[in-house]
Design a protein around this ligand. Structure first.
Ligand code: GLA
Length: 336
């Protein structure tokens, strides 16, 4: 029996570097996909890739996913290690999500692998399983935003996710709006300052308590300059997500764009996750007629920027649309 699984990438509209302190985020699953086809059986996980030279071949028991070879097998090995499947899988994978561009190609692969191996938990359970898998594969303590966006995407909607209560509220993407993504630079969060940011937030929380409940005055009370800046970003970003969702609901695109641009400035000057190339691209977009706002998106240190624009205002980026979450199609005739 052929199994076909499709998992989308994601772009985050606002709410950056807030998920790992239980804050608010607002990503959407996008119409770029990773697809796995194949069949369950045997006692190995074997996948050929249309995008990688070497195929992978893994046993059903993996102790240390971070050492699997070739390198892309680490993401798959993380899922195998968490899932400990009883049966193997043989098939192929391909993707239209640019790899290593900050649009969650690795998370889409992991969600797709979990479904291909037969995992059938809830959206939340699938996201939590693949978050644990990702943390083991990469050694980076990333949050749960990307997995929830990929597993729980809703057609035509962005998702306001409360990463503390793990609740998802779909918010319709207003009419008369294009979401446009620009690739700036390849990046990996492995070896980046991502882990340092997670640690800095934990240090700030030891001083003023959970950042999700903190006020701007609490953040300003922190004596250490760096920790104060980090806390100020997170506290203000959580507020921006709520305001952005309200602006989307009322169709106030000017306000939504303004909040995105403000968010970028906060990531640049308080959180230090942007780069000069990202700042240049964001500045160029912000001064383009018909653009409501622009910001870096994802973990930062490279990756992509995202803009909200009137239809036709931007013609040189990737126009993306909000789509439904990962899905599995198990049928005799599931091949393309
Ligand atoms: C990466 C991580 C997410 C999130 C973002 C920053 O995409 O995987 O969990 O922390 O960075 O918002």
């Amino acid at each position: 029996m052929t199994v076909r699984v499709v998992a989308p990438g994601r772009v985050n509209l606002i709410g950056e570097h807030t998920d790992y302190t239980g804050g608010l985020v607002m990503p959407m699953a996008i119409d770029r996909y990773t697809e796995i086809t194949g069949s369950l059986g045997g006692d190995r996980v074997r996948l050929a890739s249309r995008d990688e030279v070497e195929p992978l071949d893994l046993p059903l028991r993996v102790d240390d996913p971070a050492t699997a070879e070739p390198a892309w097998a680490r993401y798959v090995a993380g899922v195998v290690a968490e899932l400990q499947p009883a049966t193997g899988f043989e098939g192929s994978v391909g993707t239209t999500i640019p790899i290593g561009a900050g649009l969650s190609s690795s998370h889409a692969l992991q969600v797709a692998v979990a479904l291909a191996l037969g995992y059938r938990g809830s959206t939340l359970e699938l996201a939590q399983l693949t978050q644990r898998a990702e943390n083991r594969s990469s050694g980076v303590p990333t949050g749960i935003m990307d997995q929830l966006a990929i597993a729980g995407g809703v057609h035509g909607h962005a998702l306001m996710i409360d990463c503390g209560t793990l609740t998802i509220e779909p918010v319709q993407v207003p009419e008369g709006l294009e979401v446009v993504v620009y690739f700036i630079a390849h990046r990996t969060l492995v070896g980046s300052e991502y882990t340092t940011r997670v640690q800095e937030c934990a240090a700030a929380e030891r001083l003023i308590g959970p950042l999700r409940d903190a006020t701007e005055a609490d953040a300003r009370s922190i004596g250490d300059t760096v920790l104060r800046k980090r806390a100020l970003h997170v506290v203000s970003e959580n507020l921006r997500v709520r305001s952005f969702a309200a602006a989307f609901r009322s169709g106030d695109l000017v306000e939504a764009g303004r909040l995105m641009s403000e968010g970028h400035e906060s990531l640049r000057s308080l959180y230090d996750t942007s780069t000069p190339a990202m700042d240049d691209a964001v500045g160029r977009l912000q001064s383009t007629p018909g653009v409501f706002g622009a910001r870096m998106t994802g973990g930062g240190f490279g990756g992509c920027v995202v803009a909200l624009a009137a239809p036709g205002a931007l013609t040189d980026g990737w126009i993306v649309h909000a789509v439904g979450g990962a899905r599995v199609d198990t049928s005799e005739g599931a091949q393309e």
